[in-house]
Write a new protein. Structure first.
Length: 361
């Protein structure tokens, strides 16, 4: 039995890039966005950038596909050895369910030696790609951090009006209001993050290539929008979430979210610290309970933040204020995931309904 980066391959120890086309022929591209993304993850984890050609050719058989979505999915795949990483095994299992088989053959000693050399070369190349991706990510996170600090200092104020806050009937706690139009542009090829205001906004758009290259993105921020700063456990601001008057929530590309939070109220000496995903839920819970509240953006990050808070404030009781939003199909992913996180960490989970009701522990 051969083990290749965590996946047992007793039947296909000599799997190569040339096998991908046949494997993908047995997987329908009309399988849904999530499955197409998992196929990309598995291929990229095994073959790195060398697998893009086969995957993109297969992806183009999907209904209503777009080039931007194709490139976005591939770029978002960050294969690693972490728990839960999707590997080529997942792709092969999909193909085998549809009848894919591969003729088995005996390899000569020379072929086996060459196969091992090829696999090791592929592993080293993929490792170099991952290290380059990580270095670029860290560099861009620092660029976004610098732009965030400048945005807060020069283009926002701590008081203002928001139609979104008025509709949600919550107050502004530690957020900043945009004072004049500003564009935040991000170019990961040049590793730059810039702010454009006034007459420079027109100059920015006039110089923007058409079509816009994948390495270039931007956010347009206008008065009426407010900014929720996101900081790490030590209070260092890294990025932000913008919330428009209509409730559209955006993050800058490359913004650090993992283990970042927005705190409402003091965490020091707090008897109870509650965690919620979004700003309005966090603000509502704070107004109803006067507990210290921590906005974690999403339930996945909630688990990471909860671990940090437990270590930093061991005497505080943690409460997860989960989202309870049933979908038309009867599923309730927010509640399901919050309950799973609560069970994993052994903490209380509550589901607030309206701002006038206190969250029952």
């Amino acid at each position: 039995m051969t083990v290749i980066r965590g996946w047992l391959m007793p039947d296909f120890p000599d799997l190569t890039l040339d096998d991908l086309a046949g494997i993908l022929d047995c997987v329908s591209a009309d399988c849904g966005h999530e499955t197409r993304a998992r196929v990309a993850m598995g291929i990229k984890h095994e073959f790195g950038e060398d697998g893009f050609s086969a995957w993109s050719s297969w992806y183009r058989n999907a209904p209503k596909w777009t080039e931007s979505e194709l490139n976005s999915i591939w770029k978002s795949c960050k294969g690693s050895g972490a728990k839960g990483t999707v590997t080529i095994g997942s792709v092969i299992n999909l193909a085998k369910e549809k009848g894919w088989t591969r003729e088995r053959r005996e390899l000569s000693a020379a072929e086996k030696r060459q196969m091992k050399k090829d696999q090791e070369a592929r592993r080293l190349k993929r490792q170099a790609e991952l290290e380059a991706d990580q270095a670029r990510l860290l560099a861009m996170q620092q660029q976004v951090q610098a732009a965030t600090m400048r945005l807060l200092a020069e283009y926002t104020k701590p008081r203002g009006k928001s139609d979104y806050l008025a509709r949600k009937q919550v107050s502004a706690f530690g957020v900043h209001f945009i004072t004049r139009p500003v564009v935040l542009s991000i170019d990961d090829q040049l590793q730059r993050c810039d702010l454009w205001a006034g007459d420079d906004i027109k100059r920015f758009f006039d110089s923007l290539p058409n079509p816009r290259p994948d390495h270039h993105s931007f956010m347009m921020l206008k008065p009426g929008t407010f900014i929720v700063p996101l900081a790490d456990i030590d209070g260092v601001i890294w990025s932000f979430q913008s919330i428009s008057p209509s409730g559209t929530k955006l993050f800058p590309k490359y913004a650090r979210k993992s283990e970042c939070m927005h705190c409402i109220g003091s965490l020091e000496d707090a008897e109870v610290i509650a965690l919620a995903e979004g700003y309005s839920t966090s603000a509502s819970c704070f107004m109803a309970t006067e507990w210290a509240l921590v906005m974690t953006v999403d339930v996945g990050n909630m688990a990471k933040v909860a671990r940090l808070l437990r270590a930093r404030y061991p005497n505080a009781k943690l409460v997860l204020a989960g989202d309870d939003d049933p979908k038309p199909d009867g599923k309730n992913p927010g509640r399901t995931q919050a309950e799973a996180v609560g069970a994993e960490l052994g903490v209380v989970v509550a589901f607030p309904r309206v701002p006038s009701q206190k969250v029952a522990a």
